[in-house]
Write a protein that binds this ligand. Structure first.
Ligand SMILES: [Zn+2]
Length: 285
C-alpha cells in the first residue's frame, strides 16, 4: 500500500495480470476501472456496496411530521455508504456525504465535519460506483435550471428505478438552502417556509444525490434531490437551482433499498396522516 499525498487516499498497486483484466472488463462494460475495482473489493470483503443498495435511515414522512431526533449515528451511516445526503438531529443543517466524509451545512451557511457520534433523523446513502460518466458543456455559456434538470432526467433510463447522481462541475450560479436548528414536532413544511437561502457565483463544486420514483414518496424525496458542496468545502446546502457551465455527470442504478425503521418512541407512536405529496413539494423545492 502506498499513500497518495494529494488525496490522502491509499493507493493499491495491482499485479500486471489483474490490471490487464480490469482494463479489459472496463472496456467491455464501458465502466470506470476504479469503480469496478472498488466494487470487486467490497464484494470480496463481504462489505455492503457490492449489492448497489441505497440505505435509508428512516422514511422521509417521519421528518415531514417533525420527528427530528433519531438514533442513527454517522458511524453507522458510513458503514452503509460513502455518498449521500440527509439532515442532522434537531434539523441542525443539511448533510452531504461525499467520498466518505460527512459535511454539515448549517443554517448560518457554515460548513463543518461533525464527529461520528453525531446523529441523523433522516439520511439516504449508498456506495457510489457509477455505471456511466459523461461530460457536458453548455453551448450558450451555461445550462439554466430547467435545461440542467432535463439533462439529468434524460440520463435516467427508467423512472421506476433508484439512481445515485454525482455531478462535478463549474457553475455560473448555485442557489441552496439550509435549515435552522429546531425543536421537534414543528412540521418540516413550516420550518422550510423560513429557510435561509444562499446564492453563490463562479465556483466549482459537486452535487450529490438521488433520483427516486414517484411511488416512493412516503420514503424518500421523489424525483431528483441534490445537495451541493463547493470544491473548497466551504459552501453548500440543499440545491434549489443552479446554472452549470460544464458538468461531469455520474449515474449509478440501485435496484435495492434498505429501509431503517427507527426504534424511538416518537416514531413508534406517530400517526402519518400528513398529505405527503403537497408538503414535499413545498419543503424540498
Ligand atoms: Zn435535501
Amino acid at each position: 500500500m502506498l499513500g497518495n499525498e494529494k488525496t490522502g487516499r491509499r493507493v493499491l498497486e495491482l499485479p500486471e495480470s489483474l490490471s490487464a483484466a480490469l482494463e479489459a472488463e472496463s472496456r467491455r462494460a464501458g465502466r470506470d476501472p476504479e469503480a469496478l475495482a472498488l466494487e470487486a473489493l467490497r464484494r470480496g470483503l463481504g462489505l455492503p456496496g457490492a449489492e448497489r443498495t441505497v440505505y435509508l435511515s428512516a422514511p422521509v414522512n417521519a421528518l415531514l411530521e417533525g420527528i427530528y431526533r433519531q438514533s442513527t449515528s454517522l458511524a453507522e451511516l458510513k458503514r452503509q455508504g460513502d455518498f449521500g445526503l440527509g439532515t442532522f438531529n434537531d434539523l441542525d443543517g443539511e448533510l452531504t456525504l461525499l467520498d466518505g466524509v460527512v459535511y454539515q451545512i448549517r443554517g448560518d451557511g457554515s460548513v463543518s465535519t461533525p464527529d461520528d457520534q453525531t446523529r441523523t433523523p433522516f439520511a439516504c446513502v449508498s456506495f457510489f460506483t457509477p455505471d456511466t460518466t459523461e461530460d457536458f458543456a453548455a453551448p450558450n455559456g451555461s445550462f439554466d435550471a430547467r435545461e440542467f434538470e432535463d439533462l439529468l432526467l434524460r440520463l435516467i433510463p427508467s423512472e421506476n428505478m433508484l439512481y445515485c447522481l454525482r455531478v462535478d462541475g463549474e457553475f455560473e450560479t448555485v442557489k441552496t438552502r439550509s435549515v435552522p436548528r429546531q425543536e421537534s414536532y414543528r412540521p418540516l413544511v413550516e420550518v422550510t417556509a423560513e429557510q435561509p437561502v444562499f446564492e453563490f457565483e463562479d465556483l466549482r463544486g459537486t452535487l450529490v444525490g438521488f433520483y427516486a420514483p414517484a411511488f416512493m414518496q412516503s420514503l424518500v424525496v421523489p424525483g431528483v434531490h441534490l445537495h451541493f458542496l463547493s470544491e473548497d468545502r466551504t459552501k453548500g446546502g440543499h440545491l434549489l437551482a443552479c446554472r452549470p457551465r460544464q458538468a461531469r455527470v455520474g449515474v449509478q442504478h440501485a435496484p435495492r433499498l434498505t429501509l431503517g425503521l427507527p426504534m424511538t418512541l416518537d416514531f413508534l407512536t406517530a400517526s402519518f396522516t400528513r398529505p405527503v405529496e403537497a408538503d414535499l413539494q413545498k419543503a424540498e423545492r
